[in-house]
Unconditional design. Structure first.
Length: 274
């Protein structure tokens, strides 16, 4: 006795959905996560990867099935059967994409807000009418308030970042250090004050899951907390000129002791200490 097409379609659909969910949760195509923000972003990636897998396998499978099942037979020269007016099918293929798009939009908004993307422009100087507008971004959304409050006990490490064609310079104001590499201690909040000297650049560290444009005339504050010691590439992800592809640097995440040793070895001593 042949299996009814409705039951067969339901079973295949369940296998497709469960298989797509398993692939999305167990196959990781991202680089290693090395910041507090990374697991939040990875939630969105896993959801989108699962949905993409389900759609890709389902659509390709349906196309291949149609090519085999409805192919022109030998000697067949007439037109196929004309079918139209399947209202349940039209409702299904309209409702499902609409639900998927709505879900992805709401979930993406939630992730963006949790990573601090919805924080409005803040004015430096707290009331100074001449203060420069600063864009504050990264890990300070309302959904991350508990995490932010727990990190307030640890003073953020301030670093001034200057982006120019075609290099990043990192200035540590506390020790008057200027470096071509960004050295940061693991587990400590970092506050980057970034400024572009010429054109739009972008500060992107794939392992941190952070990318922020640096716009001339608009200082930007980017906050993050590194979690995994190692060396990670800093890439300019905004086309900034003919040598844009070579505008790279390195962020070195070290233990607290190793960072202190690097800081003491490179800081400029005051005249009284020299």
């Amino acid at each position: 006795m042949p299996i009814p097409s409705a039951i067969l379609t339901l079973v295949l659909g369940m296998i497709l959905v469960l298989g797509g969910l398993w692939i999305g949760q167990n196959i990781n195509l991202l680089p290693v996560d090395a910041s507090v923000n990374a697991p939040i972003y990875d939630e969105l990636f896993r959801v989108l990867f699962s949905i993409g897998t389900i759609l890709f396998v389902g659509i390709v499978g349906l196309v291949l099935f149609s090519l085999v099942r409805f192919r022109r037979k030998a000697g067949q020269i007439g037109d196929g059967i004309a079918l139209e007016g399947n209202l349940p099918l039209e409702i299904f293929w309209t409702a499902v994409p609409a639900i998927v798009v709505l879900f992805v939009g709401l979930f993406s908004y939630d992730i963006y807000e949790r990573m601090g993307g919805m924080v409005p422009l803040a004015h430096g100087g707290h009331g100074d009418s001449q203060a420069t507008q600063e864009r504050v971004w990264g890990g300070i959304g309302t959904a991350g308030a508990m995490q932010a409050s727990s990190e307030m006990a640890i003073a953020p490490l301030p670093v001034e970042v200057t982006a120019m064609q075609f290099a990043f310079l990192f200035h540590y104001p506390d020790g008057d250090i200027i470096s071509g590499e960004l050295h940061v201690p693991s587990g400590r909040p970092i506050s980057l004050k970034m400024e572009a000297k010429d054109v739009i650049h972008a500060f992107w560290v794939p392992e941190f899951r952070l990318k922020q444009d640096i716009i001339p005339g608009q200082p930007t504050l980017l906050n993050f907390t590194p979690t995994r010691p190692g060396r990670y590439p800093v890439v300019c992800a905004e086309l900034c000129g003919p040598y844009h592809g070579g505008m790279r640097s390195t962020v070195v995440v070290e233990s607290a002791d190793d960072y202190d040793a690097w800081f003491q070895a490179n800081r400029k001593l005051p005249v009284s200490e020299a």
